[in-house]
Write a protein that binds this ligand. Structure first.
Ligand code: H2U
Ligand code: ZN
Length: 349
């Protein structure tokens, strides 16, 4: 067969240069019937304050510690941290049974005192306060640790254990797998192209437009060319920025705006508090040259076709490579065309 142009609606593999991985896209298959599992929809109304909540202001946590009467973002040390800061160094010697002791710390960050308001329902000013605390935490923990993970697991479907809107912060003396892969790929890209991978990618997507979900002067959010989750998005600054604390005042405000617009679109898609895992990837805080890095956030939502039908990464995906039916372009178009006002508020908050 001679090689012609890519046939857009035929099976194809797309390459993710950030991970060095391929994803199989099967656009012709998106109309197949579904008779599999549906999740039960839990759109339970929550009160603004819940006396039973471990995370609400003034309440006792499971450790017995009492939360202060906070308002706005509140950060505390995780009572069940996955990493401990005082672990001694140690390692195994056998090449087949490698292990090393690691150190780190874990914190929890309540977005606000409001038990009932998730990110899209907070005001832009309140989201801006969240952005500032993310940046502060990275400065504080990054002074000591090599990597600071800022992330959120949202919704029971994602294994979130506390209904009070919150994110987490883990800091470690090692660079975790996903970050190490992105570090290597971005470094290699700069070395072979003399350009910063994601800075060029953001500019190119802005020009093309068909995968753009929301954008403003400083930020662009796309369903990336190589997305694996149906409604996965990548949030990128247009300017070359290494880490969240490097953002200017104006960029922090416009970040709050774009976060609100993206998460409203997500909630409006299936009229539900849209579950996801999201997290920030910035340059490691380990000493060294990180010029190949570009700050970005990944949103990985599991839902596929409604509030109750999720995508499973199984079969071919566990054993071979990720696969999707809905194209990134159609996913982006669906998110882009939704009303900008949150379905619960009727006012945009
Ligand atoms: P998830 O909802 O993503 O599970 O995060 C909640 C975190 O809150 C979890 O890591 C911590 C859990 O250890 N937590 C406390 O530190 N104290 C509590 O009283 C409740 C939950
Ligand atoms: Zn609460």
């Amino acid at each position: 067969m001679t090689q012609g142009e890519l046939i857009a609606d035929a099976p194809q593999r797309r390459f993710n240069p950030l991970k060095g991985e391929w994803v199989l896209v099967s656009p012709h298959r998106s109309k197949r019937p579904w008779q599999g599992r549906t999740e039960t929809q839990e759109d339970t109304e929550r009160p603004a304050y819940d006396p039973q909540c471990y995370l609400c202001a003034g309440n006792a946590r499971s450790s017995g510690a009492t939360n202060p009467n906070y308002s706005g973002p509140f950060v505390f040390d995780n009572d069940f941290p996955a990493l401990l800061s005082d672990t001694q160094e140690g390692k195994t010697r056998h090449p087949l049974f490698r292990a090393e002791n690691v150190q780190g710390t874990a914190r929890v960050m309540c977005y606000s005192e409001r038990h009932d308001l998730t990110l899209p329902e907070l005001s832009q000013t309140d989201i801006r306060a969240v952005v500032d605390v993310w940046a502060e935490q990275i400065v504080e923990l990054g002074a000591y640790w090599h990597w600071v993970a800022v992330f959120e697991n949202k919704g029971e479907l994602m294994g979130c254990s506390q209904p009070h809107p919150h994110g987490q912060i883990w800091a470690s003396n090692f660079i975790p797998n996903e970050v190490a892969t992105e570090d290597a790929r971005q470094k290699e890209w700069l070395e072979s192209n003399g350009r910063v991978l994601l800075v060029d990618y953001a500019a190119e997507e802005a020009k093309r437009g068909d995968r753009t979900v929301v954008e403003n002067d400083d930020w662009i959010v796309v369903v990336p060319w190589w997305a694996t989750w149906p409604f996965e998005t990548l949030m990128l600054p247009r300017r070359h920025v290494l880490r969240l604390p490097d953002l200017t005042e104006a960029e922090r405000t416009s970040l709050a705006e774009i976060l609100k617009r993206l998460t409203i679109a997500y909630d409006n898609l299936f009229l539900t508090e849209f579950p996801y895992t999201m997290g920030w990837h910035g340059a490691p805080t380990k000493a060294g040259d990180h010029g190949h890095w570009q700050l970005h956030a990944h949103f990985y939502p599991p839902l596929l076709r409604s509030a109750t039908v999720r995508k499973f990464m199984v079969g071919f995906e566990m054993l071979a490579e990720a696969q999707r039916d809905l194209t990134p372009e159609s996913a982006a178009a669906r998110l882009r065309d939704l009303p900008g006002v949150h379905y619960k508020s009727g006012s945009g908050g």
